[in-house]
Design a protein around this ligand. Structure first.
Ligand code: HEC
Ligand code: HEC
Length: 293
C-alpha cells in the first residue's frame, strides 16, 4: 500500500509500545468481541440508479473516499496485512466476480457494511473505516453503489481473514480500533442529501475524508501521520487560490511540493471548483488550533 491511511499508522504506532502486553487474557477478550454479532437497527431503503451521470458521480465518490487505496484500483481487494503477529487480512473484492460481494449482497447489505461496519451475517468488518463513511449521505451512497455495480467483475480466491496475537492484544487493550462496529451508532439513520448550494454545510460534508488524516479537529498529527495542521491558525493567511493549488496540484504557497503518496492531491484534483470553494469556506470556520512547534 502506497499511502499510510490511519489504519496502518495506528498498527505501526501501537506496535512500538505494546510488545510487552502479550497475554492469553487479551486473546480471550478479543476473541469474544470478534465473535459477537452486531445488528443495524437504522432503517433505510435505497433506490440505486444506473444512469451514466449517477455512475460517474459514484466513481468520483469512490475515488475521493479512497476506496481504491485499500481495495485496489480495480476494487477486487488486495492483501492488506499478512504478518505472523498481526494476522492475515484481505480487503474484500467489491466486484461481481467470483467471491466478490457485488454478486452476493443486496444494495442495503452493501450500505450496511460501508456505513456501520456490519456484514449481512452480523459479523463485524475489520479494517473498514465506517466512522468516516457515515458522513456519506443517502443519495451519494446510492450513486456509490451504482458505481460499484458497474465495475468489471474480477474473480478472486483470498484466504479467510485471521487475526494474529499482536492485533488481538492491541484490540483487547483498546490500543487499536479493530472493530469499528463497536463504536459506530448502528441506530443512526443515514444522512439526508446536502445541496452544494448550502456552501458551509456542503464543505463540512466534503471535509469528512480530510479528517481521516488531518484528524477530527483538522489540527493534523505530524508525529503519527505526517499530516499538518489545516485550521485557520495554520493556513488562515492563505488565499482561496493558494488552497485550491495545494489541494489539487500539490503546491504550497511558498512553492514547495506536497508528496502525492502522503497527501492524495492527485485524487482531489477530481473535485470541482464548487467543491473546493465550499471546502475552503468551511475550513476557515473551524476552531483555530495553535500549530505545534
Ligand atoms: C483503510 C482501508 C479501507 C478503506 C479506505 C475502505 N475499505 Fe472497504 N474494506 C477494508 C477491509 C480491510 C475489508 C475487509 C474487512 C473484513 O473482511 O472484515 C473491507 C471490506 C469491505 C466490504 C465488504 C465486507 C464484507 O462483507 O466482506 C465492502 C462492501 C467495502 N469494504 C466497501 C468499501 C467502499 C465502498 C469503500 C470506499 C467508500 C471502502 N470499502 C473503503 C478496508 C478499507
Ligand atoms: C491520506 C491522508 C490524507 C488525506 C485523506 C488528506 N490529507 Fe492533506 N495532507 C496529508 C499529508 C501527509 C500532508 C503533508 C504532505 C507533505 O508534507 O508532503 C498533507 C498536506 C495538506 C495541506 C498542506 C498544508 C501545509 O501547510 O503544508 C493541505 C492544505 C491539505 N493537506 C488539505 C487537505 C484537504 C482539504 C483534504 C481533504 C479534501 C486532505 N488534505 C486530505 C494527508 C492527507
Amino acid at each position: 500500500m502506497k499511502r499510510v491511511l490511519k489504519w496502518i499508522g495506528i498498527v505501526v504506532g501501537g506496535l512500538l509500545g505494546l510488545i510487552i502486553l502479550l497475554g492469553a487474557g487479551a486473546y480471550t477478550v478479543s476473541a469474544s468481541r470478534l465473535n459477537r454479532t452486531y445488528e443495524v437497527t437504522a432503517n433505510f431503503t435505497l433506490n440505486v440508479p444506473n444512469d451514466p451521470e449517477s455512475v460517474a458521480a459514484g466513481e468520483k465518490l469512490a475515488a475521493t473516499y479512497l476506496c481504491g487505496e485499500c481495495h485496489g484500483e480495480n476494487l477486487a481487494g488486495q492483501m492488506f496485512v499478512d504478518d505472523p503477529t498481526f494476522g492475515v487480512v484481505y480487503s474484500a473484492n467489491l466486484t461481481a466476480g467470483e467471491n466478490g460481494i457485488g454478486a452476493a449482497y443486496s444494495d442495503e447489505e452493501i450500505a450496511r457494511v460501508i456505513w456501520y461496519g456490519v456484514k449481512p451475517d452480523g459479523s463485524p468488518t475489520v479494517g473498514m473505516p465506517p466512522e468516516f463513511h457515515q458522513a456519506i449521505h443517502i443519495s451519494d451512497m446510492e450513486k456509490l453503489i451504482a458505481y460499484l455495480r458497474s465495475v468489471p467483475p474480477v474473480d478472486t480466491d483470498y484466504p479467510p481473514s485471521s487475526y494474529g496475537p499482536m492485533l488481538r492484544v492491541m484490540h483487547a487493550t483498546n490500543q487499536f480500533p479493530l472493530i469499528p462496529a463497536e463504536r459506530v451508532d448502528a441506530s443512526q439513520p443515514p444522512l439526508d442529501p446536502i445541496s452544494p448550494e448550502e456552501t458551509l454545510a456542503y464543505g463540512e460534508y466534503l471535509s469528512a475524508i480530510c479528517a481521516h488524516c488531518h484528524m477530527a479537529d483538522f489540527a493534523g498529527d505530524t508525529a503519527m501521520f505526517g499530516s499538518p495542521n489545516i485550521t485557520p491558525a495554520a493556513i488562515g493567511t492563505w488565499t482561496e487560490a493558494d488552497f485550491l493549488r495545494a489541494v489539487t496540484e500539490g503546491v504550497r504557497p511558498d512553492g514547495s511540493l506536497l508528496d502525492p503518496k502522503e497527501m492524495p492531491w492527485e485524487t482531489f484534483s477530481r473535485y470541482s471548483d464548487e467543491d473546493l470553494q465550499a471546502l475552503w469556506a468551511y475550513l476557515q470556520t473551524v476552531e483555530p488550533v495553535p500549530v505545534e512547534e
